[in-house]
Design a protein around this ligand. Structure first.
Ligand code: F1P
Length: 340
């Protein structure tokens, strides 16, 4: 399948995208002073944007909003002329994204982060950054998501001149290979969970967009209901849906969010849920709570975790899809580029 091939091409996609750093530095040197950042995107690209919010607010202290392209017209009046409005799109042709770009171009400086050279968004935005993922044939976005994240990290690091972060990013391709080598374990896990009718994916902070993206991958190619939730919101209603039929995927890297997400893991377990834990290899508490565990190298800090923790979730969705007899390259009701 194209999808599996592209999942395995992700270390290369990151490596190639990291070469964009010199172009990104040039673009950043042309920036006027921005008072805020507004991301606009659809689908998987929206989840990359959410990671951008945590980064831009955390590293640069810049107020950052993330707006779904299909909702942009309702925020039009509030667009700050001193904002940098960043459009993220694999194709650069998504109708809602282009419509929002045309509105934003009249109000503020725009930047498009796009994978397809020469696409409409690249011709219309003030600044352009390319994700060097190579062509993506699989309908569900995988390596382009990772390349979008890489560009966002590069952009944030260049804007705050964080050389240490630029160096840390160089380690990602090798760490990602280590994560990909867990595929056999994840395939086996897929066999255990493939008959579930509903899943929850939970995380906080940097892990919240990963939870949303894991749930979207599951929905797109397995047609199982997957709900991505900010772990702290579970107590505001959805805990009522958790029982022993609902597996919960918990994204729990070490760091600020760790202990509180762990307490949510205990809450869902108390309601009978089987928990698939994603966490550090040296997290005995999480691994004792989880029915199944995906272990990551312990040196991965929370800030970088979105680049790695999503990979097993792509593999999980892929293997559940295949084991349910679905062709993940031909998902029903999903086009590679949504032009309407
Ligand atoms: C957005 C998107 C993709 C999704 C599918 C449909 O596309 O929702 O994330 O995987 O291909 O479109 P884009 O604006 O990033 O090209």
């Amino acid at each position: 399948h194209f999808m599996l091939k592209e999942i395995h091409e992700q270390p290369e996609a990151v490596r190639n995208t990291l070469f964009e750093v010199s172009d990104i530095k040039k673009i950043v040197s042309q920036f006027p002073e921005f008072k805020r950042v507004t991301f606009v995107a659809c689908g998987t690209s929206y989840h990359a944007s959410l990671v951008g919010k945590y980064l831009f607010e955390g590293l640069l202290g810049l107020p950052t909003d993330v707006i779904l392209a299909s909702e942009f017209e309702f925020s039009e009046k509030a667009i700050d002329p001193h904002a940098l409005v960043i459009f993220i799109s694999q194709s650069g042709e998504t109708a809602d994204t282009l419509k929002a770009l045309r509105i934003a171009n009249k109000k503020a400086k725009t930047l498009a982060i796009v994978n397809v050279l020469g696409s409409t968004a690249t011709r219309e935005a003030d600044y352009v950054i390319f994700t060097r993922a190579g062509p993506e044939i699989g309908v569900a976005a995988t390596k382009t998501y990772i390349s979008q994240l890489t560009c966002i990290y590069l952009l944030a690091a260049c804007m705050c001149q964080d050389e240490e972060l630029l160096e840390e990013l160089q380690k990602i391709p090798d760490c990602m290979k280590a994560v990909l080598s867990l595929e056999d374990e994840i395939k086996e896990m897929a066999g255990k969970y493939k008959d579930a009718q509903d899943f929850f994916f939970i995380g906080r902070g940097f892990s919240y967009p990963t939870a949303l993206e894991g749930a979207l991958k599951l929905k797109e190619i397995t047609y199982i209901h997957g709900e991505g939730y900010a772990a702290g919101e579970l107590k505001h209603g959805p805990l009522a849906l958790i029982d022993d039929d609902v597996p919960v995927v918990a994204v729990v890297p070490p760091g600020k969010s760790h202990d509180r997400t762990l307490s949510n893991v205990q809450e869902v377990k108390a309601r009978g849920a089987r928990v698939i834990g994603l966490g550090s290899e040296d997290d005995p508490v999480l691994s004792s709570e989880a029915s199944d565990m995906v272990e990551f190298p312990h040196q991965i800090p929370e800030l970088l975790s979105p680049l790695l923790y999503v990979v097993p979730l792509q593999l999980l969705a892929y293997h559940i899809s295949v084991q349910r007899g679905i062709d993940p390259d031909k998902p029903k009701n999903l086009a590679k580029c949504v032009t309407v």
